[in-house]
Design a protein around this ligand. Structure first.
Ligand code: SF4
Ligand code: SF4
Length: 168
């Protein structure tokens, strides 16, 4: 009898208290995001994937000088030079191993040509190790790039680092 009264007491008094807590949370704003539909805005200083810049006529800015590779603490950059049709030096092979990269941004700071920069993108996960060896073709910004969001990203990154924007 005593056990029965105890159970009835739980049902009548304690269970409604629990339900009140649950019902209160039904009307609160959720703290979780519906990713990937709703993405978290990244800080302007966030360093994501790498890009290789071009001049407005489409010429690659990178002259394969190797300074970014020398500055890279993770030894993640490898390149081989070649001469273009115009007789200019450029990278025939330019690779970044993103599994080694620590996204420090030293390559961007070391580049005298403002050729390499780290954008805002962070969605490049994969289950294949080979897909993390990025080549020049993966990183070159598209040309032409009218109405292209990449240009806005470039400007924002340069503003953060105080570098004059020559693309304006
Ligand atoms: S971000 Fe840092 S670790 Fe990554 S490639 Fe550039 S210099 Fe190397
Ligand atoms: S990205 Fe810049 S620092 Fe690196 S090789 Fe090209 S021009 Fe030189």
């Amino acid at each position: 009898m005593k056990e029965l009264l105890k159970t009835i007491g739980h049902v009548v008094f304690k269970m409604p208290v629990g339900f009140v807590v649950t019902i209160k949370h039904l009307f609160k704003k959720p703290v979780t995001r519906d990713y990937p539909k709703h993405k978290m805005p990244m800080s302007p200083r966030y360093r994501g994937r790498h890009y290789l810049e071009r001049y407005d006529d489409g010429t690659e800015r990178c002259v394969c000088c190797g300074l970014c590779a020398a500055a890279c603490p993770a030894d993640a950059i490898y390149m081989e030079p070649e001469e273009s049709d115009k007789g200019e030096r450029r990278a025939q092979l330019y690779e970044i191993n993103l599994l080694r990269c620590i996204f420090c941004g030293f390559c961007e700071e070391a580049c005298p040509e403002e050729a390499i920069f780290l954008g805002q993108e962070y969605e490049f996960s994969d289950d294949n190790r080979n897909s993390f060896l990025w080549t020049k073709e993966d990183m070159l910004v598209p040309h032409p790039r009218q109405d292209n969001p990449f240009k806005r990203i470039i400007r924002r990154v340069r503003k953060v680092y105080g570098i004059p924007d020559k693309t304006k």
